[in-house]
Ligand binder design. Structure first.
Ligand SMILES: Cc1ncc(COP(=O)(O)O)c(C=O)c1O
Length: 382
């Protein structure tokens, strides 16, 4: 006799939407009944060029038909081109390709430990960097870090954006300091240009590698290629993933010549990293961002949201470019209200902040739908 298994075939991870998504186009996704949803969540900040952009789809189809995969055991022209384009776009000198955000951060932190010979890392309260062990060491999220507390690397944790705390911190034994230039999961927290400059100076003085986790802030989202340009600071390493290849899994470690010149063949490696499909998608992504002026569009969309949400239930729009937080005392109810009107937004670790991270080419129609729905929201009185 067989009994129904209580274990789902697909292990649960996040709480999913109450409907499956079967198709996406530009700034919308479609459920299995053909209903469309404005996607201000962007598949979690991934769909920089919008869903299934035809240029990306065409590049992928052509690459799949010509060479689906070969590892770094062989030189691939498409990989060489992807390396040239992404280093030029980011203003960095060299790139190592991997497959995800956590893998990029794990490698960046390994590089810091390797190059300095030091044993400690530094990070910031509220920072979120991924689920591998070094990435967890620098992540401030006890519910996912505590089970591994004994396996994590010692990390100095400072308040984000605080000049006095930074001045007081001792970096003499710190291999690398990692930060999200805008803390996303923490509720879209920003820091001043002065603080970024002070952090750069402190790393220079102590020989500590400065690592920008640009897994959300990169690929044009702030209106500049990376947050490094937005804040006018050149880190030693930038990590990228999410929007890097428009949703094809890809991570990258972008580094300065000074860092790259101290790494030798074999220090880093990955079977799938820099595969031809991901590289073709990266090339198409950068092409679309430039050709369609997506950085300018992102800045304009953000300005419209800021202006038109003033006077609504949203008390403040925080963040930069299209990495925005809507501060609202009734955030959970507002999220439900928007979902009931077929608008997807993200929550955050701050119960009063909803996150917007839509495609950079989010349409005027989507913005109007969101703005109209927010103005129509009437919170229930307690
Ligand atoms: C800032 C940041 N860093 C790292 C990661 C980890 O990326 P991945 O899920 O691709 O491993 C995330 C994922 O949400 C992130 O937002």
């Amino acid at each position: 006799m067989t009994t129904a298994s209580p274990i789902p075939a697909l292990l649960p991870t996040y709480a999913p939407y109450p409907f499956p998504i079967v198709r996406g186009e530009k700034d919308r996704v479609y459920d299995n009944h053909g209903q469309s949803w404005w996607d201000f969540y962007g598949g979690h900040c991934v769909c920089a060029t919008g869903h299934s952009h035809p240029t990306v789809v065409k590049a992928l189809a052509a690459q799949a038909a010509s060479l689906l995969f070969y590892s770094a055991a062989a030189a691939l022209p498409v990989r060489d081109r992807a390396a040239e384009w992404i280093t030029a776009f980011s203003g960095m000198d060299s790139v190592f390709f991997c497959n995800s955000g956590a893998e990029a951060n794990e490698n960046a932190l390994k590089v810091a430990l390797l190059l300095t010979g030091r044993k400690r890392l530094a990070a910031f309260a509220g920072g979120w960097h991924g689920r591998t062990l070094l990435a967890l060491s620098v992540t401030d999220d006890p519910k996912i870090t505590e089970p591994y507390a004994d396996q994590l690397v010692s990390t100095l944790r400072m308040p984000f954006g605080n000049l006095e705390a930074l001045a007081e911190a001792d970096f003499s034994d710190i291999a690398g300091v990692i930060l999200e230039p805008i803390q996303s999961m923490a509720g879209i927290k920003t820091a001043s240009r002065d603080w970024f400059a002070a952090l750069r100076s402190k790393c220079d003085a102590s020989g500590t590698l400065l690592i920008f986790d640009e897994i959300q802030t990169g690929m044009g989202r702030l209106g500049t290629p990376f947050a490094a340009q937005f804040y006018g600071v050149r880190p030693d390493v930038i990590t990228s993933a999410k929007g890097l290849a428009s949703g094809v899994p890809m991570g990258a470690l972008l580094m300065t010549a000074a860092v790259a010149s101290r790494l030798k063949g074999g220090d880093l490696g990955s079977t799938f990293g820099g595969g031809p499909l991901a590289c073709a998608a990266l090339l198409a992504t950068v092409e679309v961002i430039k050709a369609e002026g997506l950085m300018v569009k992102a800045t304009a969309a953000a300005a419209r949201l800021r202006e038109e949400l003033t006077g609504s239930v949203v008390t403040e729009v925080v963040g930069e470019g299209l990495l925005l937080g809507l501060r609202c005392p009734h955030a959970a109810a507002l999220k439900k209200h928007l979902q009931a009107r077929n608008i997807l937004v993200g929550g955050s670790g701050d119960p009063t902040v909803l996150r917007l991270m839509p495609p950079l080419n989010v349409s005027a129609g989507a913005l109007l739908a969101l703005i109209t729905a927010i103005h129509a929201f009437v919170p229930e009185q307690p």
